[in-house]
Design a binder for this molecule. Structure first.
Ligand code: SF4
Length: 556
C-alpha cells in the first residue's frame, strides 16, 4: 500500500467523526467518498481542499507541483485575510510540461524550492502534490526531505493529488501534513493558562478579527488559529495550547482529535455564527480553560462580556426586525454549519423555508430539527430547477448560498446573498451578526428587484397597442385643453411642397378675401408644387365661404 493510500485509510477511520462511529469496519474502510456522476461539477478535488485548508497560513510559500491549471484554478479564490505577510497570495507552481511527464518532475520541483528560498526566504515551503506528478511517480516526500536538509528550512509535503477524492478529504489530508511535519516542531517563547487553538477557521473576509478582540479583552490568547491569519511558527508551537475550539469538524476533526491524543489538548465543537452560538462558544472556551487550570473568575468576566455584547448587538439589530420579520429565506450552505446559520437567521426574525443538509452530520440534522421543528424542510440535494421553482413561486423572499447557485436566484429575479467562502462580508461574532442582518436588509430592499421584475417593453404589448394608446392619450390631452387643441389644428401642414399650414391658409383666405385655388397659390405658394393639396385648399375655400369669412358675392 502506498503512503498516500495508507494515509487515506487512516483518515477514513476517523474515530472522532460521528458518522463514522455508526459504520461497520468494512464500511469505514470504504470511506465517505461518492463516485461522481459523469459531467457533474466535482466541487473541488482533494488538492483544492488541501490548498484551501493551508493557504491561510500567510507567511509560507505554497508551491503547487503540477501543471499550471491546478494552481490557476485554485489561486486566491477565497478571501482569507492577513494581518501580516502576503506571501500566501503569490501563486507558485512548478508548471510541469510533457518533458517532465516523460522524464519525471522531481528535479524541477527541487529547483523550484531552491528558487523560492533564494528569492523570498519564507519560514517554510509547503509543496502540494497534484494528479499528474502523482501518476508519473514523483516522490515529493523524498524531494522535500532532501531540500529541507540542504536549505536548512522546513519543506512540507502535502500529499493530496486530486484523484484521491473530493475537497473535504483534501482538507483532512492537509491536516495530516501539518500533524506529521509542523505541529510540535517549535516551542512558544512563553505559555499562559489562557492559550487556545482555533481549528478549522480560515479568517474569510476577516471573520477571525470579529472574535479576537473579545478574546483579547478576556486575556485569552489565540496561540494558533489553524489556519486563518496564521504564521508558520504559530502552527508549529500550537501543541502547547491548553484547549482547542473546533470550528469546522468536517474539515479538520483529525487535527483536533490527534492533538488531544498526542498533546492532551481537549477540544469542543462550536460556532461563531449567531448571537446565541457565539455566547455558547465563549463560555465553552472559558470552561475548558478553567478545567485546565485557568482561574475560575474567567467565567464571571466572560459572562459580563457576553451580557454587554449581546445587549449591544440586539440594540443594533432592533431597527431591522420589523423590516425582516416574517421574510422567508432559502438557505443553501456549503461549508458553514447549516444549524448555526439557521439559529442566526431566526434571531433576526426571519423564517426559514428550507435548508440544505448535504454536508451535515446526523447531529447537525438533529440540531436543525430542534430549531426549525420536526417538519423542517431539509434539502439533501436540491436541483437548480427545484431551487428556481421555490424562489419563483415566492415560497422564499431571499436565497442565501454560495456563489455557484447565485444565478438561480438572479434568474428568478429574487434577492441573493453570498454566505460562502467567497463572501466579502464577515458574519462571525456579535459584530458579524449585525452585519449579516444589514446585508440581508440591503439585498431584500434593493430597488433593483422592483425594476427587474417589471415585464420588458417587448413583452408588455404589441406596437399597435402601444401606438393606439399614445394616440388616445394625445387626443385626451387636446380635448382637455381647447387652446392647445386649436393651436395643434392650425399647425397641421397642408402644402408639403412649400410647407404651408392650415393656420397660414385660413389667415390668407380671410384677410385677402381669396376665392380661388389660384389666388391662394399666388398669395401663399400653396398648391403650386405637386398640386396634391389643391383639393384640400378647395375644401377650405368652401368652408370659408359657408362661414362667411369670404363675402358670398365674391365667392360666387
Ligand atoms: S483533479 Fe488533479 S489535475 Fe485537476 S485540479 Fe485537482 S490536482 Fe489538478
Amino acid at each position: 500500500m502506498s503512503a498516500v493510500s495508507a494515509k487515506i485509510q487512516d483518515v477514513f477511520n476517523e474515530p472522532g467523526c460521528d458518522k463514522n462511529k455508526g459504520k461497520s469496519e468494512k464500511e469505514r474502510k470504504k470511506g465517505c467518498t461518492k463516485q461522481l456522476a459523469p459531467g457533474a461539477a466535482a466541487g473541488g478535488c482533494a488538492f483544492d481542499g488541501a490548498k484551501i485548508a493551508l493557504q491561510p497560513i500567510t507567511d509560507v510559500a505554497h508551491l503547487v507541483h503540477g501543471p499550471i491549471a491546478c494552481e490557476g484554478n485554485s489561486w486566491d479564490n477565497r478571501g482569507a485575510k492577513t494581518s501580516g505577510s502576503s506571501l500566501y497570495r503569490t501563486g507558485f507552481t512548478t508548471d510541469i510540461s510533457e518533458t517532465d511527464v516523460v522524464f519525471g518532475g522531481e528535479k524541477r520541483l527541487y529547483k523550484s524550492i531552491k528558487e523560492i528560498i533564494d528569492k523570498y526566504n519564507p519560514p517554510a515551503v509547503f509543496v502540494y502534490q497534484t494528479c499528474v506528478p502523482a501518476m508519473i511517480g514523483d516522490d515529493i516526500d523524498a524531494v522535500c526531505k532532501a531540500a529541507s536538509k540542504k536549505f536548512d528550512k522546513p519543506v512540507i509535503p502535502v500529499n493530496s493529488p486530486g484523484f484521491v477524492g473530493p475537497k473535504n478529504l483534501g482538507n483532512k489530508l492537509a491536516g495530516e501534513a501539518i500533524l506529521d511535519h509542523v505541529i510540535g516542531t517549535e516551542e512558544p517563547e512563553y505559555t499562559t493558562p489562557y492559550d487556545i487553538n482555533i481549528i478549522g477557521e480560515y479568517n474569510l473576509a476577516g471573520e477571525l478579527w470579529q472574535v479576537k478582540p473579545l478574546l483579547d479583552e478576556l486575556g485569552i490568547r489565540i496561540l494558533a488559529c489553524i489556519s486563518g491569519d496564521a504564521k508558520y511558527k504559530e502552527v508549529a508551537y500550537s501543541h502547547r495550547a491548553k484547549a482547542s475550539m473546533m470550528v469546522c469538524s468536517k474539515a479538520m476533526i483529525n487535527v483536533a482529535r490527534k492533538m488531544e491524543e498526542r498533546y492532551d489538548i481537549p477540544f469542543f465543537e462550536g460556532s461563531f455564527y449567531g448571537i446565541g452560538d457565539m455566547s455558547d462558544s465563549l463560555r465553552e472556551i472559558a470552561r475548558l480553560l478553567i478545567e485546565r487550570g485557568a482561574p475560575a473568575e474567567l467565567m464571571d468576566r466572560t459572562n459580563a462580556v457576553i451580557e454587554r455584547e449581546e445587549a449591544r448587538a440586539w440594540e443594533r439589530i432592533a431597527p431591522y426586525r420589523d423590516r425582516l420579520l416574517g421574510k422567508k429565506v432559502l438557505l443553501i450552505t456549503g461549508g458553514v454549519k447549516s444549524w448555526s446559520v439557521v439559529a442566526a437567521l431566526q434571531e433576526a426574525g426571519l423564517e426559514l423555508v428550507g435548508t440544505s443538509v448535504k454536508k451535515s452530520t446526523k447531529e447537525d440534522k438533529e440540531r436543525i430539527k430542534e430549531l426549525m421543528g420536526q417538519d423542517a424542510h431539509m434539502i439533501d440535494d436540491m436541483t437548480p430547477r427545484e431551487m428556481f421553482k421555490m424562489l419563483r413561486d415566492a415560497q422564499a423572499d431571499i436565497m442565501l448560498s454560495g456563489g455557484r447557485s447565485q444565478f438561480i436566484a438572479l434568474k428568478a429575479k429574487m434577492p441573493w446573498l453570498d454566505i460562502n467562502q467567497e463572501r466579502h462580508h464577515a458574519y462571525a461574532g456579535y459584530e458579524g451578526m449585525v452585519e449579516l442582518v444589514q446585508e440581508i436588509d440591503k439585498a431584500l430592499y434593493n430597488p433593483v428587484w422592483e425594476q427587474v421584475r417589471r415585464p420588458p417593453p417587448w413583452q408588455e404589448k404589441t406596437w399597435e397597442e402601444r401606438a393606439n394608446e399614445a394616440i388616445a392619450a394625445e387626443a385626451a390631452a387636446l380635448a382637455a385643453d381647447p387652446v392647445m387643441a386649436e393651436a395643434a389644428r392650425r399647425e397641421k401642414r397642408v402644402c408639403k411642397c412649400h410647407n404651408v399650414n392650415v393656420g397660414a391658409l385660413e389667415d390668407a383666405i380671410r384677410d385677402g378675401k381669396l376665392t380661388s385655388v389660384e389666388a391662394v397659390g399666388a398669395a401663399t405658394h400653396a398648391g403650386t408644387g405637386c398640386g396634391g393639396c389643391q383639393g384640400t385648399i378647395e375644401t377650405m375655400l368652401d368652408a370659408a365661404n359657408a362661414s362667411g369669412a369670404v363675402p358670398a358675392s365674391l365667392a360666387a
